[in-house]
Design a protein around this ligand. Sequence first.
Ligand SMILES: [Zn+2]
Length: 111
Amino acid sequence: MGDALLEPDEIEEKIAENPDPYIDLFLESGDRYIRVLLLTVMKNCCSEPQWERTVSKIERRIEEKQAVTSTVEDDGDASAGYCPQCGTSVDRDDRFCRQCGEALEAGEADG
Ligand SMILES: [Zn+2]
């Protein structure tokens, strides 16, 4: 989906027809604009039950996605640390990553 930018009117029509691809698009890109657009259009164009279904669908899929993301992020908080560049585990007092040579931030500078 490289060229996803349509005219607002076109988007509204398409969302009203079938919001599912736009829910996916929002979840892939994390673009809040798409979410706002989805909710606005659904509210304008659809009956209330349909709108609420769409909202709960979006919320549920966001939660699913966040659950996956936070599980991945938990690994980054180990005692030693990881290279921000390549993700290789590094020792606390390593100044450079052994894998890619990235300069690692020291914990605290001495005075
Ligand atoms: Zn590295």
